[in-house]
Design a binder for this molecule. Structure first.
Ligand code: NAD
Length: 421
């Protein structure tokens, strides 16, 4: 069965609500608070037209969801993908709420998406789609209200178009409306690498805790985009060996190690990691099951499920992706003593440096990469240490521990604000 088929059967929103319910139960959250946090505050659907290069007009569907605004403005990426759905965006928005709370940055959770395969669009069509979508969601976004960022298939160029669109309507430049922008437009040093860097900071801490020697560790990475390919580079810099990687077209494997920089160059030239000289082509699911100490899922949701969880060989799983593991798979991995660094902790480096970018924009400031990385490390290590302490105290897995920390922080903020009116 292909990954796509497996993914289609599992609803990420049901997964997100199950994860929340578990934490709410453990925390003994009262019924009212539970009901509030269990649903998104705002769900916005837009259908918008775009002039295509062949002269036709095509109508696209997009979403922006704000799950919770208790701790600050909504924060979360915008995804362009053919499988985007309102339930996926709701789940991703809820995970953003918990993620911002885990690392203690003053944001609520939001997310957006457009149903489109951007690889089928020309640059002009992509720009037109981006500008019109951003115009449609402008009633919600703004530097004090909701600040989007890149996610799957969106990047610094797309953020530049969004920032320009908002600024044109405002009549002046508003850099703080999106993060993940090019450096020349108020982007932050280190933002491009931040998700992967945060993941690797967590892996270093987890490896120390588990007694895994990174210099001897073999690593497999699923997904070879912003999060995955940079995580592969950074883990190699720690002395580990990357033995398998994959993208949407499939995977490659070499038990003796892959030259990550050469794989990046190969993918750039051929549009796929497959066919890389010296490696064996494997299926995307097999990448999750190869012999290794560390597995980094960095693609999409629902990749490790009850079907394949017991085939995962890695001792340590670091979720650079959002929602790659289902609750059933979590239970199997926990029984097998696997150590999970959950998404809401593991990939929080991206939103943390997005927060730094927003702070720099609002203050018309620019920090060096050294300062950004040092501040990021401090936040990630502190969050990891706090979550590990809860996991030990409660004798629970790291995901549950991260949820206990996050949900309690959000519930506390909501309770202090009180129920309006
Ligand atoms: P990206 O578009 O840069 O890369 C996505 C990669 O996944 C591509 O290599 C693509 O080929 C691959 N992919 C797609 N479908 C796949 C499949 N079925 N099997 C294997 N590979 C597949 O996106 P990204 O920004 O790297 O995001 C990846 C994950 O990381 C997502 O879950 C995203 O939400 C999460 N994330 C990203 C950021 C960020 O700052 N970019 C922050 C936090 C979390």
């Amino acid at each position: 069965m292909t990954t796509e088929h497996a993914t289609a059967r599992i609803n990420p929103w049901a997964v997100a609500q199950q994860q929340f319910d578990l934490a709410a139960e453990k925390l003994g959250l009262d019924a009212g608070m539970r009901a509030v946090l269990r649903e998104p505050r705002r769900e916005f659907t837009v259908h918008f037209p775009v002039h295509m290069d062949d002269g036709s007009v095509r109508v696209f569907t997009g979403y922006r969801v704000q799950h919770n605004l208790g701790r600050g403005p909504a924060k979360g990426g915008i995804r362009y993908h053919q499988d985007v759905s309102i339930d996926e965006v709701k789940a991703l928005a809820m995970w953003m709420t918990w993620k911002c709370a885990v690392v203690g940055i003053p944001y609520g959770g939001g997310k957006g998406g457009v149903i489109v395969d951007p690889k089928q669009l020309s640059m002009r069509e992509l720009e037109a789609l981006t500008r019109r979508f951003f115009t449609e969601i402008e009633v919600l976004v703004g530097p004090e209200k909701d600040i989007p960022a890149p996610d799957v298939n969106t990047n610094a160029q797309v953020m530049a178009w969004m920032m320009d669109t908002y600024s044109m309507h405002a009549g002046y430049t508003v850099p703080g409306v999106v993060t993940g922008k090019p450096i020349s437009l108020g982007g932050s040093e280190g933002r491009n690498e931040a998700t992967a860097r945060g993941t690797v900071y967590c892996i270093v801490e987890a490896a120390r805790h588990l007694g895994i020697e990174l210099k001897k560790a073999k690593v497999a990475v699923q997904g070879f985009g912003n999060a995955g390919s940079i995580a592969a580079q950074l883990i190699v810099a720690e002395g580990s060996t990357v033995v398998a990687v994959s993208d949407s077209t499939g995977g490659i494997h070499n038990p003796n190690g892959l030259d990550v920089n050469k794989v990046i160059a190969w993918k750039k030239e051929h549009g796929t990691v497959q066919g890389f000289p010296g490696a064996t082509d494997i299926g995307n699911e097999q990448v999750l099951e190869v012999e290794c100490e560390i597995l980094i899922p960095a693609a999409l949701e629902n990749q490790i499920t009850e079907r394949n969880a017991d085939k995962v060989k890695a001792r340590l799983i670091a979720e650079a992706a959002n929602g790659p593991t289902t609750p059933e798979a979590d239970r199997i991995l926990w029984k097998k003593s696997k150590f999970m660094i959950p998404d809401i902790l593991c990939n929080a480096g991206g939103v943390t440096v997005s927060y730094f970018e927003w702070v720099q924009d609002l203050n018309r400031d620019h920090w060096s990469e050294e300062i950004v990385n040092a501040k990021l490390k401090e936040i990630m290590v502190k969050a990891f240490t706090s979550v590990l302490a809860i996991a030990r105290r409660e004798q629970c897995d790291m995901r549950t521990a991260a949820y206990l920390l996050a949900v309690e922080r959000v519930a506390d903020a909501m309770a202090m604000r009180g129920l309006y009116p």
